[in-house]
Design a binder for this molecule. Structure first.
Ligand code: F6P
Length: 323
């Protein structure tokens, strides 16, 4: 392997830069040339390639976002677009790719590899932590801490005004961000897509708390598929318990930014090294991840189609800690 390229795709995540840095430095360490592709698949199609060296990634490990930028490409979803992307790789003499991203990124990578045979190793970069094949994804730890910091502040004002806050956190169709936010934030209730908890159960729990003279409440809600879900739950609760003063806060994209935590920098660096060394050892169509503290390579097909299950004991923890 003489020359590889790295790109970030899909939603950005804190620690992506630390991963890019590790990919570049590992390539340099092994005498491999490395290019960065700007704006993910979109830049691959358009030929937005930049040569990277050790200095290109200096002073980036602590930075949020991605220096290579990210985009969702329509063109790469067509066969013609992928052909253009492949032609660009051939023109630049690229022998292998490191794709940093989530499910959508690996779906594109699988198709691309099947059609054109270019070896690709993935690095799990998403705040959602919804990828099978790694205990944690790059950016997840930081996003949880960002959300928790916001929740702590919300609790202050909830307490001052005796209010019930419904706080929506990100996570697409998974509750991985919501669970530690609820446990760490001292929430009365957590609602996640993996476990259907009825609005009646939410109302019941809040009524019980109210009867025990609790004056402020926190309900953490994973965004899930249904837009405006937190507002709908709040509306139903208010209708059932009119004396409750309710507010909804959607934490939003603040969860995607900021300096990566120590854990994310460490994970991103480990995985960046593993991705390049995996390519050098003939790995392809796989994602590098850490499971039970061990490095593993999981086929893209499994990372896309297998579901990483949430430990149900976490739901019980929320209930016990609210006693
Ligand atoms: O996948 C990361 C994520 O932040 C999800 O948690 C969220 O549902 C989505 O991306 C938001 O996407 P966009 O930035 O395109 O609004």
């Amino acid at each position: 392997m003489k020359r590889i390229a790295v790109f970030t795709s899909g939603g950005d995540a804190p620690g992506m830069n630390a991963c890019i840095r590790a990919v570049v430095r590992t390539a340099v360490y092994h005498g491999i040339e490395v290019y960065g592709i700007m704006r993910g698949y979109s830049g691959m199609v358009k030929g937005e390639f930049v040569k990277l060296d050790s200095a290109s990634v200096s002073n980036t490990i602590q930075k949020g976002g991605t220096i290579l930028k990210s985009a969702r490409s329509q063109s790469f979803q067509t066969r013609e677009g992928r052909q253009l992307a492949f032609d660009q790789l051939v023109n630049h003499g690229i022998d292998g790719l490191v794709a940093i991203g989530g499910n959508g990124t690996f779906t594109g990578a699988t198709l691309f590899e099947q059609e054109f045979g270019i070896p690709i190793v993935g690095a799990p970069g998403t705040i959602d932590n919804d990828l099978y094949g790694t205990d944690y994804t790059i950016g997840y730890d930081t996003a949880v801490n960002t959300a928790l910091e916001a929740i702590d502040k919300i609790r202050d004002t909830a307490d001052s005004h005796d209010r019930c806050f419904f706080v929506e956190v990100m996570g697409r169709d998974s509750g991985y961000i919501a669970i530690p936010c609820a446990i760490g934030g001292g929430a009365e209730i957590v609602l996640i897509p993996e476990t259907q908890l009825s609005t009646e159960a939410v109302i019941e729990t809040l009524k019980n708390g109210h009867n025990r003279s609790k004056t402020s409440f926190l309900v953490v809600i994973a965004e899930g598929d249904e837009e405006g879900y937190a507002h709908e739950v709040a509306r139903q609760v208010k209708a059932a318990i009119p004396q409750l003063d309710t507010r909804v806060t959607v934490i939003g994209h603040i969860q995607r930014g900021g300096a990566p935590s120590a854990a994310d920098r460490m994970l991103a660096s480990q995985i960046g090294i593993a991705a390049v060394e995996g390519l050098m050892n003939g790995m392809h169509n796989v994602m590098a991840g850490i499971v039970d503290r061990k490095l593993v390579y999981t086929p893209f097909a499994d990372t896309i189609h297998k579901r990483k299950l949430i430990n149900q004991s976490f739901m019980r923890m929320v209930e016990i800690l609210n006693a």
